[in-house]
Design a protein around this ligand. Sequence first.
Ligand code: FE
Length: 138
Amino acid sequence: MDKVNKSEKEWKEELDDMQYHVLRKKGTERAFTGKYWDHFEDGIYICAGCGEPLFESRAKFEAHCGWPSFDKAKSTDVVEEEKDFSFGMIRTEVHCKKCGGHLGHVFNDGPTSTRLRYCINSASIEFVQNKDYKQEEE
Ligand code: FE
């Protein structure tokens, strides 16, 4: 995989303010304010920073938390995890392996067989419609 390396200036020019805040500054959008927490179409969610396909719609579930939530990444090769000790908590931060963009956090309390809950900011992903990713196909 060719990693994407851009200067802060380049990212700032390419991304909108919320995307930059989340992807490059590890910010978090307010719950229920993003465009995908209540979005359930068939397709794939790609990185808003570099376009890498990150999450499939069939991995998405309603977590009632105000952020788009997935029970697994498209592949273990596309995301990387890092311990996050900010705000007095111990969490596992998730970022795009290709561009390093912050996506959200992953927790071990998911409701499906993977037990994982990727809690992702809408600002860090873009949805691409594709019927090939419909829920029935497992
Ligand atoms: Fe990326």
